[in-house]
Design a protein around this ligand. Structure first.
Ligand code: GLU
Length: 304
């Protein structure tokens, strides 16, 4: 009951809080979204769902997908993962090339684009049918077997991925990408185009609130230590160069995407997803972050 009241209050307080940012325009298909869409869902470990606003509206999860690919790859690689990617905040924009040369093609963390490309490259090597296997994984996590890629957004991003292709080629020149860069971009843009609503997104992050187990099915996705580590990476690197500010304001592990989604986890309790497509200058949903800050403030609970 408390959760319902809190998210309804937040929805009410923020429903007109628009016009302070822009929808992502660098992927043409993304710019077609209604900038004022606003949905919130809390999913608890007991299986309760509380939603407000446009919680049924689908959007592409973009960089939030990087948590799913990382979970799939780290299952196979264990500690060898840290030979191909770092685990420190970058302090740079999500699509920056700047550190890569100095750091010899080892991206600073798995959530900046360069790091995510390295992870998706290994996904392609480790899995027989990476696009299908990723979809199967996300369907299991969310409990919705109908989830799919948004082909229009995927193709639009592929057509305009000059920067991501540059990152992939650059990292490959250091030997840290094994597959063909164009094929890698194709897989990466598909993962970013997974289309979900806030309810599906919140549910699909519950495994990180429950030490690696999907609460509805009891299926183990990863060990408790791995779940702790994924949460720690989200806390320190999940919002790019705004990760420190997010930790300060919200106090939870979280992950954002340029589709306007932001998801956060209270370990032992719940996952919460917010969708609001207008982005701030860091590429993060400013209203999504504001909603999450109010959520932990009103609830009086965070990881700290
Ligand atoms: N598809 C986006 C890109 O690679 C993801 C970025 C994001 O969501 O932050 O540019």
């Amino acid at each position: 009951m408390q959760y319902r009241q809190i998210i309804e209050r937040i929805y009410d307080e923020l429903k007109d809080y628009t016009g302070h940012g822009k929808v992502a325009g660098y992927i043409p298909a993304l710019s077609k979204v209604n900038p004022h869409s606003f949905g919130i869902t809390v999913a608890t470990l007991d299986g309760e769902i509380f939603s407000a606003g446009d919680s049924g509206g689908r959007f592409t999860i973009q960089s939030i997908s990087k948590v799913f690919t990382l979970a799939m790859v780290s299952r196979h690689m264990g500690n060898r993962l840290w030979e191909i990617v770092g685990r420190e905040p970058s302090g740079t924009a999500f699509n920056s090339l700047i550190q890569l040369e100095q750091e010899k093609g080892i991206p600073r963390n798995p959530f900046i684009n360069a790091g995510a490309l390295v992870i998706t490259d290994r996904l392609m090597t480790l899995y027989d049918d990476p696009k299908k296997d990723l979809l199967t994984f996300v369907r299991e996590l969310s409990g919705n077997s109908g989830l799919d890629y948004d082909k229009e957004v995927a193709l639009s991003e592929i057509e305009h991925s000059y920067r991501n292709l540059a990152l992939a080629n650059f990292v490959k020149s250091f030997g840290n990408i094994h597959n063909d860069p164009q094929e890698l971009i194709n897989t990466y843009c598909h993962q970013c185009s997974i289309s979900m609503n806030t309810e599906e997104l919140a549910k699909s992050f519950l495994f990180l609130a429950s030490g690696g187990v999907i609460p509805s099915s009891g299926q183990r996705v990863c060990g408790t230590r791995s779940s702790k580590r994924l949460n720690a990476l989200m806390l320190t690197c999940g919002l790019y160069n705004e990760s420190g500010d997010f930790a300060y304001r919200v106090g939870l592990p979280g992950k954002s995407g340029v589709g306007g989604g932001v998801v956060a986890v209270i370990p032992g309790r719940l996952a919460i997803a917010v969708w609001s497509p207008e982005l701030n200058s860091n590429g993060n949903s400013y209203r999504g972050i504001e909603a999450l800050e109010r959520f932990t403030t009103y609830l009086g609970v965070s990881v700290f």
